[in-house]
Write a protein that binds this ligand. Structure first.
Ligand code: SF4
Ligand code: SF4
Length: 304
């Protein structure tokens, strides 16, 4: 029913996209690895912007970087089970990583995917060393109404991309999906229905610390406040002795909703104009206690 509302979007590169995209759970197992669309590692949790409704909850998360060793370990283990078409370095803002070129090199030299991409708000792109461009196949740059990227920076990025044969994808982010809920949804069957039609569960696969997640929301909600670990149970541990490609397939096709879905509107979320959180609102949201039932920090609210 929700799929009928899909619209066609033409991006800055003239490419056509369907939004929201269709959900496709027809995963194929080939040579012992599950073929998937993409895999992300969020190598920085924080960001230099504070967008309201940030899907990664970055404005609320503490400063954090993945180490090169951690990324290397995660990619080595993930490549035993998964064969994504593209691997993405994501954040937060990944260009805040002090060793971003090393992280890109590790990804490029791993066996994880034939294509390495980076997703950024682009603000720091002009400061990046050539090495970063050398190790990437593509960069997706989110374009927000505010702050607008200077034309000079866009021109510089296009020049660098042409020089290093990197594909640039410009992504209009003037509208955001309002995914966070005010409180934990009590109706388990509704949560389950939302999960089972949510396109993000197929397109937002993430690895962190040896665990694979079908949706990036769970590990970020865990960082935000799930001290009892229930959001991390949303993932599939690749370091467990029981881990297998068949187990991964079963996990990817599961019908049982994630704990994170109880705090999320998923693919049913409404759209709202992009806005940056004013400092006072951000301070207020950050200051809220884990047990308060209001604000974006609501994923920390445990089951009643
Ligand atoms: S730029 Fe991206 S990661 Fe940063 S706050 Fe905005 S949506 Fe979140
Ligand atoms: S409903 Fe939310 S938490 Fe659940 S899979 Fe979709 S986006 Fe992720």
């Amino acid at each position: 029913m929700e799929q009928d509302k899909a619209k066609e979007i033409i991006d800055r590169n003239g490419r056509r996209h369907r939004f929201p995209p269709a959900l496709n759970l027809d995963y194929v197992l080939k040579e012992g690895r599950v073929q998937t669309r993409s895999l992300e590692a969020h190598i920085v949790d924080h960001c230099n912007l504070s967008c309201a409704e940030c899907c990664s909850l970055s404005p609320l998360l503490p400063k954090w970087f993945a180490s090169p060793e951690e990324l290397q370990r995660d990619l080595a283990i993930a490549s035993s089970f998964l064969a994504p078409t593209v691997f993405k370095l994501v954040g937060g803002e990944p260009l805040l990583h002090p060793q971003i070129a090393t992280m890109a090199k590790i990804a490029a030299e791993s066996a994880i995917a034939p294509r390495i991409s980076l997703t950024t708000n682009g603000l720091m792109l002009g400061q990046m060393e050539d090495d970063l461009w050398r190790y990437l196949d593509a960069i997706t740059i989110s374009l927000y109404p505010k702050p607008e990227l200077p034309e000079s920076l866009i021109a510089q990025a296009e020049e660098q991309a042409a020089h290093f044969s990197v594909e640039l994808n410009w992504k209009d982010q003037s509208q955001f999906v309002v995914m966070n809920r005010n409180s934990r949804r009590a109706d388990e069957s509704e949560t389950s229905a939302i999960f089972n039609r949510c396109w993000l569960r197929e397109r937002c696969h993430m690895i962190r610390n040896g665990t694979f997640y079908t949706c990036t929301r769970s590990p970020h909600m865990q960082t935000l406040g799930g001290s009892d670990g229930s959001f991390s149970e949303d993932g599939y541990s690749l370091t467990s002795p029981e881990a297998s490609a068949d187990g991964m397939l079963t996990y990817l096709r599961r019908e049982h909703a994630l704990e994170a879905c109880a705090y999320c509107h998923g693919g049913d979320a409404k759209m709202a104009p992009h806005r940056l959180l004013p400092r006072s609102e951000l301070r207020q949201l950050k200051g809220r206690s884990a047990l308060r039932r209001d604000g974006i920090a609501r994923p920390v609210v445990r089951k009643a």
